[in-house]
Design a protein around this ligand. Structure first.
Ligand code: ZN
Length: 125
């Protein structure tokens, strides 16, 4: 006797349900794999220039640095390759220090760690 459309539909659903039960682990594995892929995407985003930029700028804001145009300041920051005072060339971006007035918060200049720590620049200006 041929199956009715409704019976076929029910059988199909049951088969799918059975398949899912039988392949629970496989499905979980797929999900895990999917999450892992997303994690990579997130990690990729963390390393992206936009992300680095926003992390750096939010760091400045947290430290109390005030500037009217953070985008422009960031551009200056990445394009500055030497200390504004002693002219030491920066080898890594971590050597760049954003010097700002601790009273007003206003950005002053970009310094090497040494000048920033020693306040050397004060003697030169
Ligand atoms: Zn310096």
């Amino acid at each position: 006797m041929p199956l009715s459309a409704e019976e076929k539909r029910i059988r199909k659903l049951e088969a799918q349900k059975k398949w899912r039960e039988k392949n629970k682990e496989k499905i979980a594995e797929y999900k895990k794999e999917y999450d892992k892929e997303n994690k990579d995407k997130i990690a990729e985003y963390q390393k992206s220039p936009q992300r680095i930029k926003s992390t750096i700028i939010s760091g400045w804001k947290k430290s109390g640095l005030v500037h009217e145009d953070y985008d422009a300041l960031y551009k200056t920051y990445i394009e500055t390759n030497e200390c504004n005072v002693c002219k030491k060339v920066f080898e890594t971006s971590f050597e760049r220090c954003m010097d700002h007035d601790h009273t007003t918060g206003l950005f002053r200049q970009i310094l090497c760690r040494n000048c920033n720590n020693m306040d050397n620049w004060k003697k030169k200006i």
